[in-house]
Design a protein around this ligand. Structure first.
Ligand SMILES: Cc1cc2nc3c(=O)[nH]c(=O)nc-3n(C[C@H](O)[C@H](O)[C@H](O)COP(=O)(O)OP(=O)(O)OC[C@H]3O[C@@H](n4cnc5c(N)ncnc54)[C@H](O)[C@@H]3O)c2cc1C
Ligand SMILES: *[C@@H]1O[C@H](CO)[C@@H](O)[C@H](O)[C@H]1NC(C)=O
Ligand SMILES: *[C@@H]1O[C@H](CO)[C@@H](O)[C@H](O)[C@H]1NC(C)=O
Ligand SMILES: *[C@@H]1O[C@H](CO)[C@@H](O)[C@H](O)[C@H]1NC(C)=O
Ligand SMILES: *[C@@H]1O[C@H](CO)[C@@H](O)[C@H](O)[C@H]1NC(C)=O
Length: 550
C-alpha cells in the first residue's frame, strides 16, 4: 500500500511538472496567490512588535520595495485597502471602466477625487495600489526623466530592476483592429519610425508592454510580493496609517527628529502601534496624494500652514504638498461603424513635439460616465466607443495639495493648474493636431460613416476637434475646454525640496519616501514601469547600504 501511494504521489508530481511546463507562459511562475500566506487583517494585529522596515502603502512602489527588503530584514507593510484577489472586475481589462466608475464606498478599490479645477480623478485603495486598478500599459522611462530627477541613477541597477519586474508581470499584447489602426494612422501622420514591440522609450510608434497577459488576466505590484521571503514579511490590510511617530534622535545633538514607528487604525476603529528597530526606517509609499498628506498630518510641512490646522510642528518643510503635477489628457471619441474589440492602451506614439498619443476602445452603457471622454449624453443603450488621446510630456504647470480634514481617509484638496504654463498649452496644441492628422489618415477611412449627401464623416461622442486646426487660439480653446486626466499625477514630495537625492525626508532621521510623489516629471509615456522599478531599485540600494555599514 505504502509503495503504491508513493508511486502515485511521484507520478502525480511528474504530471504536475509536465502540466506546469506546458501550461506556464514564459517564466511567469509567480502567477499564484502564495503571498496570501503572509497577509493578515489589521483587526488581528499584535501590537508592540518591532520591524526593521515599516512600509506605509502596499502600492506600486511599496510591494516591490517590501519584497526586496524582506530578503534580509523584517518587513511590515501597512495597506489601507483590502486584497485584489477574487475581485473579478479587477482582474480583467473589461472590468477597468466598471471598477473606475463604481460608486465609491469607503472600502471600494478606487477612491475617486475631483481636483479643484473640477476634473474627476482616481487613486488606488487596494493591495497593489494604482497598479491593481490601472490600464496596464507598461513602458520604461525617457532620458529626460533620469536627467531631471536629481537622483544619481546606477543604470545597470536600473535595468536589472526593470528586468526583475518584467520577468514576473509584463507581457507582449496582441493588437486587434482599433489598436492596429492607431499604429498605422500614427505612422501615416508622421510619428515614425515604427519600433515594433519595445519596452524602451524610443521616438516613433511602438507597441508597449502590458500587465495583462494574453488571456486578459491582470498582474500588478501584488504579484511581486511572491518574490518576498515569507519568513520576514507581514502584510497587513485594512490598516489605515494616521501618523508617523517621531522622537528626538539620540544619535545627534540638537533637536533632530527621527521616525520610530507609525499609528494605524483598523476597520473597527481601533488603534495600533508598529515600531521600528534601531537601524530601521519608516518608508512612505502611500502615493502622490497619500504621502504628502501623511507628512502634513505628522507635523512635517510648512510651519504656518500646520499651525493653522493646530498640528504641532515637528519639522518646517515648506514644500510638502507643493509641486503637484498632472499631465493633461485631451482627445476625441468616436462610435465606429464596424465592430472593434475592447482594448486598453497597447500602442503609443512618442513625438518630439511635446506629446504622447494613446488609444483605447470599450463597450459602455451610453449613460455611464466614460472616463476616457467627457460630455456623453445619457441613453440606455450600449455603445462601442473608440478613443484617441494625447497627453503632454512633463508637464511644467505645477499645483498644490492641502488638507481637507485631519481624518486621513478624507481626500486632500488638490489643484493641478492645468495649462497655467504656456509651454503646456503649446504641447497640447501640437498633440491634438496629430490627432487630426491620424483622423485624416487612410487607415481611418473604415471608421467613417457615409453621409446622407455624399462623403463620409466620423460620429463623435463628445466634442470634435475644431475644423480649422491651423488656428492656434481655436486649438488652445479645445485643449482648455476638454481637459481631462490620464491619472499620471505625481509630485508633492520632490527631490531637493522635501527629500534628498537618497529620498530621505530632509531633516528627519529614518524616514524615506519611495513612490511617485518624488517625481518632478512623469517617467516615460506611462509611469507605472518606473514606479515599480523605483521600489525594487531603492530596496536594493538600502540592502547594499546596510551591508556596507555592518
Ligand atoms: C485609473 C488609472 C489608470 C492608469 N493607467 C496606467 C497605465 O496604463 N500605465 C501606467 O504606467 N500607469 C497608469 N496609471 C498610473 C500609475 O498606475 C500610477 O502612477 C502608479 O501606480 C502610482 O504608484 P504609487 O506607488 O506612487 O502609488 P499607489 O500605487 O497609488 O500606491 C499607494 C498605496 O498607498 C495606500 N495608502 C495611501 N494612504 C495610506 C494610508 N494612510 N495608510 C495605508 N495605506 C495608504 C493606497 O491604498 C495605495 O495602495 C494609472 C492610474 C490610474 C489611477
Ligand atoms: C477585516 O476585519 C474587518 C472587521 O472584522 C472585516 O469587516 C473585514 O471584512 C476583514 N477583512 C478581511 C480581508 O478579512
Ligand atoms: C539599460 O537599458 C537600455 C535600454 O533598455 C540601454 O540602452 C542601456 O545601455 C542599458 N544600460 C546599462 C548600463 O546596461
Ligand atoms: C474581437 O472581435 C470579434 C468581432 O467582434 C469577435 O468575434 C472576437 O471574439 C473578439 N475577440 C476578442 C479576443 O475579444
Ligand atoms: C510644437 O511643434 C513644433 C513643430 O514640430 C515645434 O517646433 C515646437 O517646439 C513644439 N512645441 C513644443 C512646446 O514642444
Amino acid at each position: 500500500m505504502v509503495k503504491t501511494s508513493c508511486l502515485w504521489s511521484s507520478s502525480y508530481g511528474f504530471l504536475i511538472l509536465v502540466v506546469a511546463l506546458i501550461c506556464l507562459p514564459n517564466a511567469h511562475s509567480l502567477q499564484s496567490n502564495s503571498y496570501m500566506g503572509f497577509v493578515s487583517n489589521a483587526t488581528e494585529f499584535k501590537s508592540e512588535e518591532y520591524y526593521d522596515y515599516i512600509i506605509v502603502g502596499g502600492g506600486t512602489a511599496g510591494c516591490p520595495l517590501a519584497a526586496t527588503l524582506s530578503e534580509n530584514y523584517k518587513v511590515l507593510v501597512l495597506e489601507r485597502g483590502g486584497v485584489p484577489h477574487g475581485v473579478r472586475n479587477l482582474m480583467t481589462p473589461e472590468g477597468f471602466l466598471t471598477v473606475l466608475t463604481d460608486v465609491d464606498t469607503h472600502d471600494s478599490p478606487v477612491q475617486s477625487f475631483t481636483s479643484e479645477e473640477g476634473i474627476p480623478n482616481a487613486r488606488g485603495r487596494i493591495l497593489g495600489g494604482s497598479s491593481a486598478i490601472n490600464a496596464g500599459f507598461y513602458s520604461r522611462a525617457d532620458q529626460e526623466f533620469y536627467r531631471k530627477s536629481l537622483i544619481e541613477w546606477d543604470f545597470r541597477e536600473v535595468n536589472q530592476s526593470y528586468k526583475w519586474v518584467e520577468n514576473a508581470i509584463v507581457f507582449r499584447p496582441e493588437l486587434k483592429s482599433w489598436q492596429s489602426a492607431i499604429r498605422d494612422g500614427l505612422l501615416e501622420a508622421g510619428v515614425g519610425p515604427y519600433n515594433d514591440f519595445s519596452l524602451d522609450h524610443v521616438v516613433g510608434t511602438k507597441v508597449g508592454g502590458s500587465t495583462f497577459d494574453t488571456n486578459g488576466r491582470r498582474y500588478s505590484a501584488v504579484d511581486l510580493l511572491n518574490y518576498a521571503n515569507p519568513a520576514n514579511i507581514k502584510v497587513v490590510v485594512h490598516a489605515s496609517v494616521e501618523r508617523i511617530l517621531l522622537a528626538s534622535s539620540s544619535d545627534y545633538s540638537g533637536p533632530q527628529q527621527a521616525a520610530i514607528g507609525v499609528v494605524f487604525c483598523d476597520r473597527l476603529r481601533r488603534y495600533h502601534h508598529a515600531m521600528v528597530r534601531k537601524g530601521g526606517e519608516v518608508l512612505l509609499s502611500a502615493g502622490s496624494l497619500g504621502t504628502p498628506q501623511l507628512l502634513l498630518l505628522s507635523g512635517i510641512g510648512p510651519r504656518p500652514y500646520l499651525s493653522s490646522w493646530g498640528i504641532p510642528v515637528a519639522r518646517h518643510l515648506p514644500y510638502v504638498g507643493q509641486f503637484m503635477y498632472d499631465n493633461p489628457r485631451n482627445g476625441i471619441s468616436i462610435v465606429p461603424p464596424i465592430p472593434v474589440n475592447h482594448s486598453l492602451i497597447q500602442v503609443v506614439g512618442i513625438t518630439n513635439s511635446g506629446s504622447y498619443l494613446e488609444a483605447a476602445s470599450s463597450r459602455i452603457p451610453f449613460a455611464s460616465l466614460n472616463p476616457f471622454f467627457v460630455g456623453a449624453p445619457s441613453s440606455p443603450i450600449y455603445l462601442t466607443v473608440a478613443t484617441l488621446m494625447e497627453k503632454i510630456i512633463e508637464p511644467l504647470s505645477a499645483g498644490t495639495l492641502r488638507l481637507a480634514s485631519t481624518d486621513v481617509s478624507v481626500n486632500p484638496l488638490v489643484r493641478f493648474n492645468y495649462f497655467s504654463n504656456p509651454t503646456d498649452i503649446q504641447r497640447c496644441v501640437n498633440g491634438t493636431r496629430i490627432i487630426g492628422d491620424v483622423l485624416r489618415s487612410r487607415s481611418f477611412q473604415d471608421f467613417r460613416f457615409p453621409q446622407l449627401f455624399g462623403g463620409t464623416d466620423f460620429r463623435f461622442v463628445g466634442p470634435a476637434l475644431p475644423t480649422d486646426q491651423s488656428d492656434d487660439s481655436l486649438m488652445e480653446d479645445f485643449c482648455r475646454r476638454t481637459v481631462n486626466t490620464i491619472w499620471h499625477y505625481h509630485g508633492g514630495c520632490l527631490v531637493g525640496k522635501v527629500v534628498d537625492a537618497d529620498l530621505r525626508v530632509i531633516g528627519i532621521e529614518s524616514l524615506r519616501v519611495v513612490d511617485g510623489s518624488v517625481f518632478s516629471i512623469s517617467p516615460g509615456t506611462n509611469p507605472q514601469a518606473s514606479v515599480l522599478m523605483l521600489g525594487r531599485y531603492i530596496g536594493q540600494k538600502i540592502l547594499r547600504e546596510r551591508m556596507r555599514s555592518t
